[in-house]
Design a protein around this ligand. Structure first.
Ligand SMILES: [Zn+2]
Length: 314
């Protein structure tokens, strides 16, 4: 699509119609990706769901189909890559050139994004939205943050405590052209940081630097330090040896303790665990426990991942 215009050239339109877009999950009462599905059909792309299939079958299906684009959560893109490795399926040589992810911050976490792009040999694009208000953000071809679609939404960012305008804080949206579900000044609960400098793609829509940083109500306060789960994922994903992880926060002897459990594929997993603990300490500014988990014992996720547990809330 042309960067500076909403009009498609003949070449753009042909290219989009030739797309084969694979949605790697069942489409049922689950409403997410509804706009993506509708958009895929609207541009005339071949649109296929991977419903009622396991991950290996989905991989085979998307390869047989010659899918050029894959839509799923970042966690599931990584899980599919893990299954492909185990099943000896070469996804780097597949026709998939674009992966559009939603539902989690991973698409804008550099380490997660790099790992998905490397595994698939494809470009990753983050897509943000909420059932209540619609799909409001997209990564452009310049892959520089996530543009807020200001053609369809009036966007504000506020300090969630004082409600004063801010450049980093809670995203508040008013949709301008949505049938059936108009909402005025909807507090999304998403933490964002706005970037207003010019994007290489020439769009003037403001960008969310780092996409959606996290849900404001999921921010952890550990020994006085504010931590979004995405900050922990950003650290863990810099270790390619870590195949899956989970995080727990608990209060032990009146002290908050943050523990990362990590599955590690390496000849010397202890060294990886120690290095991860040091890096987490350095970047978060607090001591973090890191434990080794046995291979394939931590849960994998098809839809939104739930890797973070705050046991203090019980
Ligand atoms: Zn752009």
């Amino acid at each position: 699509m042309r960067a500076s215009s909403n009009r498609l050239t003949t070449c753009d339109a042909c290219r989009l119609r030739a797309s084969k877009i694979f949605f790697a999950f069942a489409v049922g009462p689950f409403i997410a990706w509804g706009a993506g599905w509708g958009g895929s059909e609207k541009i005339g792309a071949l649109t296929r769901t991977g419903g009622a299939q396991d991950s290996a079958q989905r991989l085979q299906n998307l390869i047989d189909l010659g899918a050029t684009a894959l839509c799923c959560t970042p966690s599931y893109a990584l899980h599919l890559a893990e299954v492909a490795k185990k099943e000896n399926i070469n996804i780097r040589d597949s026709a998939v050139r674009s992966i559009v992810v939603a539902g989690e911050p991973g698409g804008s976490i550099p380490g997660t994004k790099a790992r998905i792009e490397e595994s698939w040999g494809a470009k990753l694009y983050d897509h943000t939205g909420a059932t209540e208000i619609g799909a409001f953000g997209f990564t452009c071809l310049a892959q520089c943050g996530v543009h807020l679609n200001e053609g369809e939404f009036f966007a504000e960012v506020i300090n969630p405590q004082t409600l004063e305008p801010a450049d980093e804080g809670e995203l508040v949206l008013t949709n301008l052209d949505r049938l059936g579900s108009p909402i005025i000044r909807y507090r999304t609960g998403d933490q964002v940081r706005l970037a207003r400098d010019k994007c290489e793609c020439a769009r003037t829509f403001v960008r969310m630097d780092g996409g959606i940083i996290g849900r404001i109500d999921q921010m952890l306060i550990v020994r006085g330090v504010n931590i979004f789960p995405s900050a922990i994922e950003a650290i863990v994903r810099t270790f390619p040896q870590v195949t899956e992880f989970s995080v727990e926060v608990d209060r032990i002897a009146e002290m908050d303790e943050l523990t990362i459990k990590a599955e590690v594929m390496d000849q010397n997993p202890k060294a990886v665990i120690d290095a991860l603990a040091r890096e987490a300490h350095r970047r978060l500014g607090l001591r973090v426990g890191v434990q080794l988990a046995a291979p394939e014992t931590l849960p994998r996720f098809e839809l939104k991942a739930r890797r973070f547990t705050d046991k203090r809330k019980k």
